[in-house]
Design a protein around this ligand. Structure first.
Ligand code: HEM
Length: 475
């Protein structure tokens, strides 16, 4: 250990702390790392194997410092991660340096031009809400319970795919079902901390499935998704025109042509596939998990559901809520914030990496350290929230209920240079789906059955377990 390295457990020679990682908390890595913070302090350091430093950052002060230190805005780079994108470092989520900057800026700018997070995408989101409501009406016919397992993923992939590829899928499209399975299986078979263990490429080549299972990185699942995206890109190549840019693929292809004539360029077909896979993986499960957990909390708290519905009726009258209503729907907004705080969909964000030697809370952080920010510990900060385990929307409102309290103790999308790229779209989607569903329907638990569990399904993000509810139209 270099001098002034953060305090933490020693582990074994050569293996470092690897054998003990899963023992910290067998189910949830963020809870395991929190235990280390309780013992060693907010910045804890240990080694994965003989030479890979791992820094776990917990608590508001240390996390804020880490997120705004640009030296910590890199991403781990290992062979297992590169497998997802043809053995190269591509895309936005697992990239860094000038290539990441260029791809992130381009993606964000052009998705915004296409309506990402603006009112112009409201129609697109509304179309998916209408379709989802039809499905709920169909399932709830004659008071049958509605099954919410995987219910939202399809709508969310459709919103993303409309912006990226200019199409939407039907609910019974088998290609879509397969893509959704891939995303779900990849995210929920993964283990956040083990995924960072540096495994040499030779092991991946010689024992691919053992290594993937050990790391919890099932990159082999991506082949059909890559093929699907490549086919759609080829369709765009043949039928696109320079005069009309229908979607993100058109815009990207145009940039590719322009840049390639200029020589060396980070814009190429495999890069585009990497970016699209990132948008799918980062965008669908996170938003779907947020919606599922918000509904679950409201099944557990019918009085809060009624209060939201009362506000929706007062503000929106007979119509479904729109983005324009948002600033008047303060209680609804507070309840949605509270559900995000408690659900902790991304409790450890995405792993960061130290791009150069730096310091955090006075400790020395060596270049190439993997750094995790435990957002869960901010959302469950006893001192700040007082009763963090309680679902209490009022905590996000001033005492007279007339203003929302915005605080950076609520960080579902993280912060700093690496903050979520999809935040504007995610916020609008989350608000429009939840408010529309609650305006149109009442959600109740199934009588004589235990309330559905709030215990999250583990993985790279925390998901809700499938649940059923009685859904009745509101008059
Ligand atoms: C409620 C839904 C969402 C939540 C809670 C969420 C949360 C997050 C978090 C915590 C990070 C990691 C930040 C860090 O490393 O410090 C992240 C990164 C990212 N998110 Fe989201 N996200 C959501 C929706 C979306 C959507 C809809 C998209 C795309 C359309 C998206 C695209 C991305 C991308 C591309 C990154 C990587 C950014 C980078 O590394 O530069 N996310 N998100």
């Amino acid at each position: 250990r270099p001098s002034n390295f953060p305090p933490g457990p020693r582990g074994l020679p050569l293996a470092g702390y690897i054998p003990f990682l899963s023992k910290l908390d067998p189910e949830y890595p963020h809870l395991g790392l929190k235990k280390l913070a309780d013992q060693y302090g907010p910045v804890t350091g240990f080694y994965l194997g003989p030479s890979q430093p791992f820094i776990s950052v917990c608590g508001y002060e240390a996390i804020k410092e880490a997120l705004y230190n640009d030296d910590l805005a890199g991403r781990p780079n290992n062979a297992a991660r590169r497998e997802r994108t043809f053995g190269q470092r591509l895309g936005v989520v697992h990239n860094d340096g000038p290539e990441w900057q260029e791809q992130r800026r381009f993606t964000l700018r052009h998705l915004k031009d296409l309506g990402f997070g603006k009112t112009s995408s409201e129609g697109l989101i509304r179309e998916e809400i209408d379709d989802l409501m039809d499905e709920i009406r169909l399932q709830s016919w004659r008071n049958q319970p509605v099954d919410f397992k995987g219910m939202f993923n399809l709508s969310l992939i459709n919103i993303l795919w409309a912006l990226i590829g200019g199409q939407r899928f039907k609910r019974d499209d088998v290609r879509l079902a397969r893509l959704l399975d891939i995303v779900d299986c990849f995210i929920h078979s993964a283990n956040f901390t083990r995924a960072n263990i540096p495994v040499p490429t030779i092991f991946l080549r010689l024992f691919p499935s053992t290594t993937r299972n050990f790391l919890g990185l099932r990159n082999d699942l991506f082949t059909p998704l890559q093929d699907f995206i490549r086919d759609r890109i080829q369709e765009h190549v043949t039928d696109r025109s320079d005069d009309e840019q229908r979607d993100f693929i058109d815009v990207y292809l145009q940039e590719m042509t322009k840049r390639q004539s200029e020589g060396d360029s980070s814009f190429h077909e495999n890069q585009l596939i990497g970016v699209i896979i990132d948008l799918f993986i980062a965008g669908a499960e996170t938003t779907s998990g947020s919606l599922g957990f918000a509904l679950l909390y409201l099944l557990h708290h019918p009085e809060i559901q009624q209060k939201i519905q009362k506000e929706l009726d007062q503000v929106c009258g007979d119509s479904l809520p729109q983005l324009a209503h948002r600033s008047s729907l303060l209680y609804t907004e507070a309840a949605l914030m509270e559900a995000q705080r408690l659900a902790n969909i991304t409790p450890l964000a995405v792993a960061h990496k130290a791009l150069r030697d730096t310091h955090l809370q006075g400790y020395f952080i060596p270049k190439e350290s993997i750094v995790t920010v435990n957002l869960f510990t901010v959302h469950h900060d006893n001192e700040f929230w007082k009763d963090p385990e309680m679902f209490r929307p009022e905590r996000h409102l001033t005492p007279d209920g007339r203003k929302l309290i915005k605080t950076d103790h609520l960080l579902p999308f993280s912060a700093g240079k690496r903050a979520c790229l999809g935040e504007p779209l995610a916020r609008n989607t989350y608000f429009l789906f939840m408010s529309s569903l609650l305006k149109a329907f009442e959600f109740r638990p199934i009588p004589d059955r235990p309330l559905p569990t709030l215990k999250p399904k583990n993985g790279l993000t925390l998901g809700y377990d499938g649940f059923e509810a009685i859904v009745t139209p509101r008059t």
